[in-house]
Design a protein around this ligand. Structure first.
Ligand SMILES: C[S@@+](CC[C@H](N)C(=O)[O-])C[C@H]1O[C@@H](n2cnc3c(N)ncnc32)[C@H](O)[C@@H]1O
Ligand code: SF4
Length: 403
């Protein structure tokens, strides 16, 4: 798992000193809850998550909801102490790990704590991630009754040999079952796909794309597989047992997905995300638009009042900090105006709504249009919206706009 950034030390009183209210003016407020448990670790995944065998003592799945509830209470107290306005929560996202490894009553308890401390805004979006084999009709009904509105299901592929290479525990058949059960209780449904797995050919990928569309989800995410240092898959690639990912293959698969999703009525709204109109993930949009969010749980990151901070990484350290009444924040960063501008462009350029750039960059924008990377119509108004080709080269576009 990658280490957290070093960052600046967190003041004794917590990550936010008084007087940061102005930085939050006009920003919406969201909450992320990180649930760091998985039944089995997939070979490609380096997220901050632990199997029962990896966890060790000092923290447990059964204690986690109580610890997270304490985290929510402490966060609310810190916000109040720093004099930030109390804002109702627009979006809540339970991510992981596998949040649905916990009992629905535990997830409901954590959501209740958010509701109690800050209140949920009318129409708030409340999502949980789930593995296809970690939910059933009863657990989904309990989540819907508790106030969840949306589920994001890790489908990854519809092809057995690809799921096997990814070391997923679920079968292709688990996915339509989970989707149907979620829809039956009124949840919005998103599915995640991964493309470019070693051994996946173009026909395999088309099969996964078609299977995802056939589920008629509200939202689809598709991510290029990243082969991460320190994972089992990374070691297998280094030993030559499986091939590394190929950027050309991944670009071809991106274009196949984008065309098929668009034809099925799913509009891209962020490079890796497509949705039916009105079903964009508001929580992820809050990240990309640089709104405020508070991250609860081990290793979770926050962005509040112009400060970025992140929690201690191990569940045991997180539980110990909260048990002692201490902030779980391990480090923080206060961005300079230049760094903020870079972030605004880097995140905003990924969105179909585009990013506004100042008139001084008109020459660069004209070059991007001439190169077929930016949409000419939007550019007239000083907004950079990537073309399909531009989406494959978003990092280069960010560099050009911020040099
Ligand atoms: C961290 S998972 C959490 C949700 C759930 N545990 C699952 O696996 O579906 C969120 C998404 O990140 C994706 N992911 C994790 N590691 C990745 C990698 N190395 N490359 C691309 N996607 C990755 C997962 O496949 C999943 O769809
Ligand atoms: S189930 Fe999800 S979070 Fe857990 S190891 Fe697999 S990809 Fe990572």
């Amino acid at each position: 798992m990658p280490e957290l950034p070093a960052g600046l030390a967190v003041p004794d009183g917590g990550p936010l000193e008084p007087g940061r209210g102005a930085e939050s003016a006009g920003r919406t407020f969201s909450v992320y809850l990180h649930v760091p448990f998985c039944r089995v670790r997939c070979g490609y995944c380096d997220f901050n998550t632990y199997t029962a065998a990896e966890l060790g003592g000092g923290a447990s799945q059964s204690d986690f909801a109580a610890t997270a509830v304490a985290g929510v209470a402490l966060a609310a107290a810190e916000l109040a102490r720093a004099g930030l306005p109390s804002r109702a929560v627009e979006t809540v996202f339970f991510g992981g790990g596998t949040p649905t490894l916990l009992q629905p009553s535990d997830l409901a308890r954590m959501l209740d704590a958010v509701r109690q401390e800050w209140g949920l805004a009318p129409g708030a979006e409340v999502t949980t991630e789930a593995n296809p084999d970690s939910v059933d009709a009863a657990s989904l009904a309990a989540l819907a009754a508790a106030g969840f509105t949306r589920i994001s299901i890790g489908m990854q592929s519809a092809v057995p040999h690809v799921l096997a290479t990814l070391e997923r525990t679920h079968t292709p058949e688990n996915v339509p079952r989970a989707v149907a059960a979620a829809r039956a209780v009124g949840l919005e449904v998103s599915v995640d796909l991964i493309y470019g797995t070693p051994g996946e050919d173009v026909a395999d990928w088309r099969r996964s794309v078609d299977a995802a569309i056939a589920l008629e989800p509200d939202h689809i995410s598709a991510y290029a597989l990243g082969i991460e240092e320190g994972t089992r898959m990374g070691a297998r690639v280094r030993r030559g047992e499986i091939a590394p990912t190929d950027p050309d293959d991944q670009a071809e698969k991106y274009l196949i997905a984008d065309e098929a999703f668009a034809a099925a009525g799913h509009r891209w709204y962020e490079i890796s995300n497509w949705a039916r109109a009105g079903h964009e993930c508001r929580h992820n949009l809050a990240y990309w638009r640089n709104e405020d969010w508070w991250g609860i749980g081990p290793g979770a990151h926050s962005h509040v009042g112009g400060v970025r901070f992140w929690n201690v990484k191990h569940p045991r350290a997180y539980a110990a900090r909260l048990a002692a009444g201490l902030s779980p924040a391990a480090g923080r960063e206060i961005l300079s105006p230049g760094e903020r501008e870079f972030e605004r462009v880097m995140l905003g350029v990924r969105l179909a709504e585009g990013v506004a750039v100042d008139g001084g960059r008109a020459g660069v924008v004209a070059d991007l249009v001439a190169a077929g990377l930016a949409d000419p119509g939007a550019a007239v108004g000083g907004v950079v919206v990537l073309t399909r080709r531009g989406r494959l080269l978003a990092d280069a576009v960010t560099r050009a706009l911020t040099d």
